[in-house]
Design a protein around this ligand. Structure first.
Ligand code: SF4
Ligand code: SF4
Length: 338
């Protein structure tokens, strides 16, 4: 029988780490461009799933030696590979029982609106009362409305299982399920502002906040300078005085140079469209995770603390340290492989 319990068990068996269900009435008053009913007018339920970012995927970033794993296995690979497999298979499970299901996953590149909510000039509504395509359901808000956890002061989604360490995917369906309550457990965000202190570009403004009413609850997060974050996330900072030769030009025409939080001269290529997480979410993910783990409010506990050494930074004005163990002095095992 298709029940909330059955569908949650199935989602977990398929690979979701956490699952929660929200009834569609919780989207009452949602902006048209973010309303799941614009996609499926007869939708009755939204299923939110969390896919954990392995703490190990952040290890190489923390050590300053291995960044591609967070970018791919902890980010793009989860969003573009793992999550669609689970969502599609869960949608099959529901559709095999006679109810339409949209395996929404993570589709933001097609969305009709910019990060600030303004319409991009790329599409127009197909009729009166319709949103411009593509509608973008706000995934963190959806996860909140489904009861998966809370939205932290940094706007990162926090769960009692993994703190800030997950990606969110949803599925919209005409099947009606018993909804989960909106999260009312242990408060996860204690407004420690560790995310603010550790953000390399100062993207957060704790004095300027955004307040929204979600299904009768007031939720508040800090204003985030998304343009600054987008640059810093890729390891760069704007410096129009830098030599043209040494710089690379960003999409807005500014010259940039690597920041102290990036060991890369230029951003490496993307992997699964997302391979650019050079910042490694220094503030919003890693500093937050350290705070939540130290307070003992996350269920996924580890034998050793995450931070084991002084955080690194790169001095781009100094000569690079010499490698003490260059590869040329090593006899690769591959010589023995025929
Ligand atoms: S670092 Fe602190 S203030 Fe920022 S989201 Fe996490 S718990 Fe909240
Ligand atoms: S990803 Fe990095 S730059 Fe962006 S808000 Fe988080 S810590 Fe700051």
């Amino acid at each position: 029988m298709l029940s909330a319990d059955n569908v949650k068990k199935k989602a977990k068996a398929l690979g979701a780490d956490i699952v929660s269900i929200g009834s569609i009435d919780r989207w009452e008053g949602a902006p048209r461009q973010m309303d799941p009913r614009q996609i499926m007018p007869e939708a009755r339920s939204v299923i939110a799933m969390g896919f954990r970012v392995m703490r190990g995927s952040l290890r190489g970033v923390e050590e300053g030696t291995f960044f591609s794993n967070y970018s791919s296995m902890g980010y793009g690979g989860l969003n573009w590979l793992y999550m669609p497999m689970v969502s599609i298979n869960l949608a099959k499970h529901i559709e095999d029982r006679g109810f339409e299901a949209v395996p929404y996953g993570h589709l933001s590149p097609w969305r009709a609106i910019n990060n600030d909510g303004s319409l991009r000039d790329r599409s127009r509504p197909a009729g009166h009362g319709k949103a411009a395509p593509d509608v973008m359901v706000h995934l963190r808000i959806a996860a909140f409305l489904c009861g998966l956890g809370e939205i932290g002061f940094s706007k990162i989604f926090l769960t009692p299982q993994f703190g800030p360490r997950q990606r969110i995917g949803i599925l919209i369906t005409e099947a009606e399920f018993e909804p989960d309550p909106i999260y009312d457990g242990l408060q996860l965000c204690d407004r420690c502002l560790e995310c603010v202190k550790a953000c390399p570009i100062g993207a957060f403004d704790p004095q300027k906040t955004v307040k929204v009413n979600l299904a009768g609850r007031e939720v508040e997060w800090m204003d985030l300078d998304l343009a600054a974050c987008a640059m810093a996330f890729r390891g760069a900072q704007i410096d129009d005085d830098v030599d043209e030769e040494d710089s690379y030009v960003n999409h807005a025409g500014h010259r940039t140079r690597p920041g102290w939080w990036s060991p890369f001269k230029k951003k490496p290529g993307n992997i699964y469209t997302h391979g650019q997480a050079i910042c490694g979410a220094r503030g919003c993910m890693r500093a937050c995770m350290i705070n939540l783990e130290e307070r003992g409010v996350v269920e996924n506990q580890f034998e050793k603390p995450f931070r084991r050494r002084k955080p690194w930074s790169v001095d781009w004005t100094a000569e690079p340290p010499e490698s003490e163990d260059p590869v040329k002095d090593w006899t690769p095992q591959s010589e023995n492989i025929k």
